[in-house]
Design a protein around this ligand. Sequence first.
Ligand code: BGP
Length: 476
Amino acid sequence: MSFPQGFLWGGATAANQCEGGYQEGGRGLANVDVVPHGPDRMAVSRGDRIMLSHEPGYYYPACEAIDMYHHYKEDIALFGEMGFKTYRLSIAWTRIFPNGDESEPNEAGLVFYEDLFKECHKYGIEPLVTITHFDCPIHLIKEYGGWRNRKLVDFYKNLVTVLFTRYKGLVHYWLTFNEINMILHMPFMGAGLVFEEGEDREKAKYLAAHHELVASAWATKIAHEIDPDNKVGCMLAAGSVYPYSCNPEDVFAAQKGNRNNYFFIDVQSRGQYPNYALKEFERKGIDVGMTDEDRTILKENTVDFISFSYYSSRCTSTDPEVLAKGMSGNAFRGVKNPYLKASQWGWQIDPLGLRITMNELYDRYQKPLFIVENGLGAKDDPDENGYVEDDYRIDYLRQHILAMKAAVEEDGVELWGYTTWGPIDLVSASTGEMSKRYGFIYVDKDDQGHGSLKRSRKKSFYWYKKVIASNGEDLD
Ligand code: BGP
């Protein structure tokens, strides 16, 4: 048997991409509520186009999303039917603290998640909770400038103390920040940052990153103090950077690309800033305001496990001709790898890259890994009952599960679990579309927000059920 007994199979979602109900139960407005669908989405996500409230003429897909706020019992029952052992979801900060800086939490928000966790346990599903998944109260952005302000560390400490206390016994697995390295690429989504003309963006991003790293270490400390059974993980948008050629210049560029990402996990897992980052900050005049207390907190509270998302490897080059070709794809822009095929959205498909990434992470940190996102965003064509023959999705997942199996079986990587991204169709983070579907469960809703929200099982639903029932042995 390649996967240990108790291996955590499941699926992963984020509040802003599925919950909706953005004004219900006393919830406050968050950054994610004001990121529109359409051509301005990336500029807003990056903090280039400042949009801190709803503007006329835009559609904001997070406001209703797939309305899981009202459908969660039905959705969790479907996850239960597939045999999920875990369900990764995120907390909307503004349900618990509508403005973010209150001293008392909002009871209605706490009750919502309490009921949801209890619903999971009915089916033997262990919740895996992301505390912050692209989520920051608008009030904290307007009043304090988002994570560039150290005060957010204190607000986050209040939030996590409330969560760990209230959900003690109901939740044992926590992730502090989703894809923490995304702060460099989508700083408004990742850290509530908007930029003024002429501002040194790199400095602002690393200052915000430092505050998130310190907040993450505090959360780890508080989680362990409140319940020694709590396991806390970091979360990286992973995918090794390959050199385009064996030219040492390309190899060195790839190493730098990897360090840009691993920097965050180096701090969260090893407890200190790596020398390469200290040197770079010195050269660039970046001062993150490290205090003695920060140093101690980081050192003494490293994570219990390393979680990550994996969609693709990346590739880099120093050759201007190769660079000029560019590539489409996600927030991590790189060059096109000629050996790989790509999804309908231009994300390259590289199952062996998952094994390579797992090995790199395990070699570097020697801590258990948890794959908390992996999947294929694709267009589906449902029949009149909402059934989709999604062999392309099954094939993508099968190839990746085989690669992960090889990493466990043949390389000896310690892996706690695997949650596919978007087990139920939800709003795409990068495009705001519904038509970029990842689910085993089809949701009737289109890119403009029309549809009955009806849920139906796809072919992959029955396939994944079999995969889980056989603990990853039956992949046919
Ligand atoms: C990751 C995010 C998710 C998710 C996923 C797929 O970066 O953590 O929130 O959305 O990517 O990306 P997309 O929705 O853009 O297809």
